[in-house]
Design a protein around this ligand. Structure first.
Ligand code: PHE
Ligand code: ZN
Length: 878
């Protein structure tokens, strides 16, 4: 663009570089010119060609002379009627249909014809395994029919679906089924009506040969809801829907109890589809799921998969209130529904299982996905100010940092205050398209908070950097805590203001391991001091307990203090954090060759040994504590990331811990051997800890490591054990590796979700030839760019395995870029999601940075590159 100072001579630039899509700004929001109170849609459904008849009631919104603008993407109207009479008084502009109208209310009828089986973008109406389904968020509805496809236009929908009865026996849409009829020529009809006004992004339909797991739920006011989870027949999938159904019923009850929210239709349908760009979609009364977040049994899904399913089912269900009943005014407000709903699903999962373990896992995800985003070229506030393509803003920042921002408000409000505030929010805005500001106002009014300064969390991007220093005065017997903060510059934002940081803090007596109670310190300024009385000796500082603020914090405490906290802190998160810090500082110092004082082998092994021997710990928490930080996380802490050195240092540490504590790992391994299969928390914790013990025994090359892993694999009666063992074997240069991989393939080759695991775990392995393995897997007959799960299983793993992706040859970068270039014309949304790993180039040594940039430039210069990928590449190149 012309305001880019780096753009060379304009003509030259235009000749060489494809154009950049226009930017849409939050400040430009204007209410819609026309409203659409009622919509009647008619579909003659077929895979190759579907006829869409849209009848929409439009009303002028305010006093203006603007024409009606109906967005369209790749559509041609076959007929346009205004109040029943054919009209030629329309034109197409950037795909949209512009229609001047004289009155204040009209009925517009438009016929379009679409080709679902040619729809490889998986947006709008598309085919998946001979089934028809839709995905409309954010802007997919305009690929079905012309419409004011924006979230602040709320309409009541009636949908008439007609299709061949044999091929599409099941016809579903939003709301309630009002009519079913047999038609001529073996066709049939179903009519659905959704009484709740909704934006077009929540529209959905599904047609296909499906079977259902049916159940029912009685709501708190005694209404019966018919529940159904629909899957393909004859695949074994039906038997894998039980866990999702339990999760759904638990979610419905939980939302009543914790938020007072009751379900509002007589039916709730979920459909699992194999081809899906994202995790799942909260369409009103008809959630559509990526099958990986529905299907599970112990033989095909890991314990982690079971947890993910529970969380996503809850997430989509909770959207019925936080998203559907109260929706978003515009897409800049996305975090209004997503941040809040992630917070809700996290709280639900915490209540269903172990809250401390869940908190650690949520923080792991935030640090792995959001912190790098916040520190890179794609950084944006949780409420962005601009975008080119909204699909690129379904980010860890909007979702996960958004959830942290809600969590901080909940902390500031207290349980009762938060509940009052959410009640007020739902009451005030039911049936409306609201803004983040509306949410904050409800928090202020409902909980009696002043969030003036807190609002900066919605405005400023970047992870606050916090320093906490504890000084002890032996004369005055006081401990003084000095906390300072700064928010780093991010693209388009510099000189930022301090944030409100609620920091849960305790000062722990080193002699007794006790403290006098946790305090909530609320930092609002760049630097603040807090003094505490009654300390004869310097206490240990336990700060940001429970990760109460999403910041990076350095307390500068010495190795002894951190080791003390790792053994004794009564806050599980802080305890975990102390050990993570010890390990991370050691690994960073080794990888960067610094001289910092770090923990030595003997002391680290002793801390591990003490945690292994601590019989008060739940096994899941023990495993959480003893899991080393990922290579990526360690790399992120370095001034210049050296992936090869991080890998060496981390592998050496695993080997040392495995070998030095061989006896302890062995003991746990034996002690935790199951007597039979169970799914309860204790059994799952034991499986996890036993799997970790196996990984350390393998890393430590204790005894016949390959033999132990292979025996674990052979003895496994569940996918968790099978996958753990196979992941270890996949990293070995040993004949048992191929044997186990082949056995796994043969057993599961007809189960796409399990085959995804087979691709992933090979691509994630520590094997020295991992790059060659990935290149070969990309040519495997079961690999396809047509299925997003399969693409992610291989290339997501490539991007997530630093030794492969950051191989000094640049081959990892090249493979990823080749895939993006091949996928972009087929599925832009999914292709664009693979750009951020390359966009991290500034963080690496010159050689790697140059190679990464070169790949970004190669992608940039592809003719006809999608808006999605262009935005990510242009921003990444900076
Ligand atoms: N709204 C979905 C969710 O968070 C995510 C999604 C976005 C799905 C866009 C599909 C397309 O639950
Ligand atoms: Zn969501």
């Amino acid at each position: 663009m012309s305001d880019n100072p780096h753009a060379p001579n304009k003509e030259l630039a235009e000749a060489a570089t494809p154009p950049t899509p226009p930017t849409i700004y939050r400040k430009d929001y204007r209410p819609p010119d026309w409203l659409v109170p009622d919509v009647a849609l008619g579909f003659d459904l077929d895979l190759a060609e579907t006829l869409v008849q849209a009848d929409i009631q439009v009303t002028r919104n305010g006093d203006h002379g603007e024409p009606l603008r109906l967005e369209g993407d790749g559509l041609e109207p076959e007929e346009v009627l205004v109040d029943g009479a054919a009209s030629n008084d329309w034109r197409l502009e950037e795909g949209a249909l512009i229609l001047p109208l004289s009155g204040d209310a009209h009925r517009i009828s438009i016929t379009t014809r679409i080709q679902p089986d040619k729809n490889t973008q998986l947006m709008g109406l598309y085919a998946s395994n001979d089934m028809l389904c839709t995905q409309c968020e954010a802007e997919g509805f305009r690929r079905i029919t012309f419409f004011p496809d924006r979230p602040d236009v709320l309409s009541r929908y009636t949908v008439e679906m007609r299709a061949d009865k044999e091929r599409f026996p099941v016809l579903l849409s939003n709301g309630n089924l009002v009519r079913e009829e047999a038609l001529e020529d073996g066709r049939h009809l179903a009519e659905w009506h959704d009484p709740w006004p909704k934006p077009s992004y929540l529209f959905a339909l599904v047609a296909g040969d499906l079977v259902a797991n049916r159940d029912s739920f009685t709501t708190m006011s005694g209404k019966e809801v018919d529940l159904a989870i629909w899957v393909r027949p004859g695949t074994g999938d039906l038997e894998r829907t039980g866990h999702a159904m339990t999760a759904l019923k638990n979610s419905m009850r939980w939302d009543e109890e914790r938020y007072g929210r009751e379900y509002d239709l007589a039916v709730f349908n979920i459909v699992a589809v194999s081809d899906f760009n994202m995790g799942a979609m909260e369409n009103k009364g008809l959630n559509i799921f990526n099958s990986r977040y529905i299907l599970a049994d112990p033989d095909t899904a890991t314990d982690a998969d079971f947890d993910a399913i529970e969380g996503v089912v809850a997430h989509e269900y909770f959207h019925n209130w936080s998203g559907n009943r109260v929706t978003c005014r515009d897409w800049f407000q996305l975090s209004l529904k997503e941040g809040f709903t992630v917070f809700r699903d996290q709280s639900f999962s915490a209540d269903m299982g172990s809250a401390p373990v869940k908190r650690i896992e949520d923080v792991r995800v935030l640090r792995a996905a959001q912190f790098p985003e916040d520190g890179g070229p794609l950084a944006h506030p949780i409420r962005p100010d601009s975008y080119m393509e909204i699909s690129n803003f379904y980010t860890a920042t909007v979702y996960n940092k958004g959830a942290e921002v809600i969590r901080m408000m909940a902390t500031l409000a207290g349980d009762d205050g938060f509940r009052k505030a959410t009640d007020l929010y739902f009451d005030r805005h039911d049936g409306e398209a609201a803004t983040c500001e509306d949410f904050v106002l409800a928090m202020e009014d409902g909980a009696g908070l002043d969030l003036t300064v807190f609002r900066r969390w919605y405005e400023q991007a970047g992870t606050p950097q916090v320093t906490a220093k504890l000084d002890h005065d032996p004369q005055a017997k006081t401990a003084t805590l000095t906390i300072s903060q700064s928010v780093p510059d991010t693209p388009g934002q510099s000189d930022k203001q301090p944030m409100v940081l609620p920091l849960k803090t305790a000062l722990i007596d080193r002699a007794t391991g006790q403290h006098k109670g946790e305090q909530l310190l609320v930092l609002e300024e760049a630097e603040q001091r807090f003094t505490f009385d009654g300390f004869d000796a310097p206490p240990a500082l336990s700060i940001n307990r429970g990760f109460s603020a999403p910041v990076t914090l350095s307390s500068g405490q010495d190795v002894e203090t951190l080791a003390f906290l790792a053994r004794h802190d009564d806050d599980s998160f802080a305890r975990y954090e102390a050990l993570q810090q010890l390990v991370t500082e050691r690994l960073v110092s080794e990888a960067s060759g610094s001289e910092a004082e770090v923990i030595d082998d003997a002391m680290l092994a002793q801390v591990f040994a003490d945690i292994l021997a601590d019989d008060r710990l739940e096994e899941a928490m023990r495993a959480e504590l003893l899991t080393l930080p990922s290579e990526s996380f360690v790399g992120e802490q370095m001034a210049v990331i050296r992936p090869d050195r991080v890998n060496q240092a981390r592998q050496a540490m695993r080997k040392m811990l495995g070998a030095n504590l061989a006896e302890q790992w062995q003991q746990h391994y034996v002690k935790l051997a199951p007597s039979g299969f169970a799914m309860d928390g204790a059994a799952r914790g034991a499986r996890r800890m036993r799997g970790l013990a196996l990984a350390y025994l393998v890393a430590g090359e204790v005894g016949d490591a390959a033999g132990t892993a292979h025996a674990h694999f052979e003895a496994a009666d569940n996918m968790t054990d099978r996958q753990t063992a196979l992941a270890s074997l996949a990293g070995m240069e040993h004949p048992l590796r191929e044997q186990a991989l082949d056995a796994f393939y043969t057993r599961y080759k007809d189960n796409a979700l399990v085959l995804d695991k087979w691709f992933s775990l090979q691509a994630l392995s520590f094997h020295p030839d991992v790059l060659e393995h990935i290149a070969a897997l990309a040519k495997h007959p079961d690999f396809t760019l047509a299925n997003p799960n399969r693409v992610r299983s291989l290339y997501g793993a490539l991007a997530g395995n630093p030794s492969a992706f950051h191989h000094a040859s640049g081959q990892g970068y090249r493979m990823l870029a080749d895939m993006v270039i091949a996928l972009d014309p087929k599925n832009a949304q999914t292709a664009a999601r693979f750009i951020p790993p390359l966009g991290r180039w500034r963080r690496f040594d010159e050689g790697r940075a140059g190679l990464m940039r070169a790949e970004l430039e190669r992608i940039r210069n592809v003719d006809g590159l999608s808006r999605d990928t262009t935005e990510q590449v242009v921003k990444s190149l900076g």
